[in-house]
Ligand binder design. Structure first.
Ligand code: LIP
Length: 272
């Protein structure tokens, strides 16, 4: 029996199937071919903002597969992929979200692939190979973890919220982020710091976190996870009245979002 298309829309189904295959291939490569002696191949904004040979190789694998299937699409990747494209579809790719975790051999890392058309994210896939999980969403068609529907927790009290966050790679920014976390921790159930924004956004979608926030992310960190979280019932955004952006990313179950967003604004989570 031929497999039923996952999306009712032909283009979105093609984009989803392409993203799923690219994420699966990259995931197998990154899990099975990780060198025991993996080291740092290069650094970016600071000595702790690292790139490994595997980040670079995985991005080439992903962009090569996508370009073979859809040669006219645009590409934007964390490790340098940058193609304008002519189709109106742009792929936003993080070949390893949680690079430091991957470098150290910790399991919390993921491949994040989003497809945007005219700036709107139509498809998002986040593959966490060490967890055996593939999160996916198509705009307007719900979110899934493997083949189970994903739904946020019905939380509504900040004092009972499990909140994840992350920290940047520059000491001055980390100091301000730590100060925000120091003041928030007594006001929530607890804080988690997993090291992968894409996985944090998907854990909000799966009801494993009540909320996540972080300053300083890049589009490739959040593009897929943002769609997955929204399709699972979360609210996402930045400062009050603003969409999520590198300035601030906030994702939470609907009953918490406004409270957390307002408190983060008071605490100055949106600036260094
Ligand atoms: C990571 C993010 C994480 C953040 C890290 C880093 P990378 O992305 O996913 O949330 O706290 O500092 O930015 O660099 O591993 O792709």
């Amino acid at each position: 029996m031929t497999e039923q298309p996952r999306s009712s829309d032909r283009l979105r189904n093609e984009l989803l199937e392409t993203a799923l295959e690219a994420a699966a291939r990259a995931g197998s490569f990154l899990r099975d071919a990780r060198p025991e002696d993996l080291g740092v191949a290069a650094t970016k904004s600071s000595a702790i903002d690292v790139v490994t040979e595997m980040d670079i190789a995985a991005e080439k694998l992903i962009t090569g597969l996508i370009s073979d299937r859809r040669p006219d699409d645009g590409l934007l990747g964390e490790e340098g992929a940058s193609v304008e494209g002519s189709s109106g579809v742009e792929w936003v790719i993080d070949p390893i979200d949680g690079t430091v975790n991957y470098l150290y051999g910790l399991p919390s890392w993921a491949i994040s692939i989003a497809a945007r058309q005219d700036g709107e994210t139509l498809v998002g896939v986040v593959h966490a190979p060490m967890r055996g999980e593939i999160f996916r969403a198509v705009l307007g068609e719900g979110a899934f973890v493997n083949d189970r529907p994903a739904r946020v927790r019905p939380a509504s009290e900040l004092g009972l919220a499990l909140v994840s966050t992350g920290f940047g790679y520059l000491a001055e920014r980390k100091a301000q982020q730590a100060e925000v976390a120091r003041r928030l921790i007594p006001e929530v159930r607890d804080i988690r710091r997993g090291g992968s924004a894409a996985i944090d956004l998907c854990d909000v979608a799966a009801g494993r976190l009540d909320a996540y926030y972080e300053r300083g992310l890049n589009p490739w960190d959040y593009a897929a996870g943002d769609l997955i979280a929204r399709e699972a019932g979360a609210v996402t955004g930045g400062r009050p009245g603003e969409p999520l952006s590198p300035a601030l990313t906030v994702a939470a179950t609907p009953g918490l979002f406004a409270q957390l967003q307002a408190r983060l604004d008071e605490l100055g989570a949106w600036h260094d």
